[in-house]
Design a protein around this ligand. Sequence first.
Ligand code: GLP
Length: 249
Amino acid sequence: MAGAVKVKVCKEAKEVAEQAAQMIAKAIKANPRMVLGLATGSTPEGTYAELAKMHKAKEVSFAGITTFNLDEYWGLDGDHDQSYRYFMNTRLFEKVDVRPWNTNVLNGAATNPMLECQAFETKILASGGVDLWLLGIGGNGHIAFNEPGSSVDSRTRLVSLTQSTIDANSDGRFFKKASDVPRCALSTGIGTIREARSIVLLATGEKKAQAVADAVNGAFSPDCPASLLQDHPACTFVVDEAAASLLKK
Ligand code: GLP
């Protein structure tokens, strides 16, 4: 793999959402049967709202696509209002015409996590692989739930969350207190994500500035999992000015 992360800097978060939605809609129009990788967290919420708007205006149809999500909290079933399955259903899937049976989110309540993760990888392969994977980034540089230290060829597996990720996800946007956040998750690996034919990573706000700078300008290192995208042939970061503020000019 050879490449260098491309960075698009937008004025503000709203523009990031519009850009990302345009990129996804363009990819779907080019291939209405595409395989789309999706992310959760507050960053992509604007993108999903834009896509829902575009769908309502009959500008894009999701009827032929297949989706795979990055991760899911271990121990939460899909009906739990903090599960990523619930997030995806309410933010996007129920607002567009994607076929529910073509949406894949790891089952956080599976009895055997290893089998669940292996089946997910097999399904990605059987679908022909992910054409475009939308990502967010954690304040510590994590992608999906691949925390610092995750290896470049890691696969979908049960992982432990770091305290900083638990704290970030219990600041009131999602969970109310840290003790409510599951300690583990099922997460696609960095190797799994790197196999996507293209990657679009979104970051907004100054809390992400250091992680974005480390990912783009820092060493290719598991210390910042997102830096392990540096040699991907088609990876674009779409960021707002605040998240871009520590990037080398
Ligand atoms: C969570 C998710 C990641 C996401 C990150 C950032 O930990 N597992 O996929 O990118 O948080 O989330 P936010 O966009 O809410 O800052």
